[in-house]
Design a protein around this ligand. Sequence first.
Ligand SMILES: [Zn+2]
Length: 499
Amino acid sequence: MRRFIANPLSLRVQLLPRVVLANTRRPYCVACEPTPPQAPQAPPAPAPPSAKKSTPPSPSTATDLDHQSIAVAQGLYTISPLTPGSVFFLPHGTRIFNKLLAFMRKQYSLYGYEEVISPIIYKKTLWEQSGHWENYAEDMFSVTGRGAEGEAAKAKQEGRYLEDEEYGLKPMNCPGHCLIYASDDRSYRDLPIRYADFSPLHRNEASGALQGLTRVRRFHQDDAHIFCTPAQITSEIADTLRFVHAVFTVFQLPSYELFLSTRPEKYIGELAEWEQAEGALKEALNTTGREWAVKEGDGAFYGPKIDIVLKDAAGRRHQTATIQLDFQLPHRFNLKYRDAGGEIQAPVIVHRAILGSVERTMAILMEHTAGKWPFWLSPRQATVVPATTAPEVIAYAEAVQRRLSGVTNTLTTATEPPIPILEMATRTFFVDVDASEGKTLGKRVREAQKRRVNFTLVVGQKEMENGSVAVRSRDGKQLGEKTVEEVYQMFLELEKTYQ
Ligand SMILES: [Zn+2]
């Protein structure tokens, strides 16, 4: 088994046009694959930062429509030479990140996932059990515990024994989820169990390879592991494929391709087990009603997988979602369940991620939309622009901002919040006011459009008297005068329908 991993897939190029799998090592969990494939059209790597202060992503080396330039224009994230490859999401980038997670969490209720929160450091022993320490250690960050240096030396001098304090920062969630599964007795009645996890993951990428949001050392995934019986594989995979389709439809991505990667020349497990698994995946693929292709012998040594390659508006291909069957990890962690006859069986694990890396999904969506975020995902949903500097008009603009952002439920110019706490069910939106002095109305409206604000709401004396706003869309279309309540209802509808 070890020799198959120790001689991993070296640099490999997908047979698909314009997609290069740059990964040089294949870890246990391909669904949790931290290194994304790179589209060759991606901008060149940014110049290494020279100053010790945080720097924005490098705009000088990129085109206007690559995600790094869009991120600079919209103030979404920054990076620091003090922590290369780990992104600082700025407030507006954090809004998008959190919205993507909220979106996935909402779907988890529908698709039967349970979210868990798991540790990010684990003792070396765990990584030895999972096989990572042996085969993947150089891609992992090791972490030294308190006892390893001074404490341990002192204890040794005193003839005391301290346990080994070598830890690893997790590059993927699977071993942690196996520990959760193993923490209780499981019956066939409990299965399938679907654990979802948005934990930060770390991978020790070479610093020269780091790039924007697509090549990072710290990232997050919409990761999940499904523990199921062999008989449940088809339905679990079919449901996951439905989930993938639903998510890509919401993102209005033009199309995607499905590939089944089958048993490689070197494999572990029983042939019959493989045939059953591949049969289950084929059956699931057929339920989609979409075309799919086989990548013969391209599965991992421990199980077959389905790759989903999506196409963006510019026709570029990105590998995002992966669904990976795994017979091996349950054995390594001695996972069990009791079947209907009372016999002890090993579950099958399905590793699956739909967005893949959340950071990379943000980059793909930024480039796909050219930074024009759909309203529901937008970090700047509306800006209220007072047409005059009259104090009462500015006070009205601020009242409109409070009502539309959801922190008040009536339109009032009273500055004290009328309620001490927001109800959990309150819908809130990202609305600001631009009353900056020394800028004409036209300039402020143009600036809002440049920031890709979805709606600009102009208010003057007339609107103040009518309790209304003059609505202008991001592409400059005048939508006319609407009451503030009508606009709030429009926001609710846009969010509800993922527009
Ligand atoms: Zn995994």
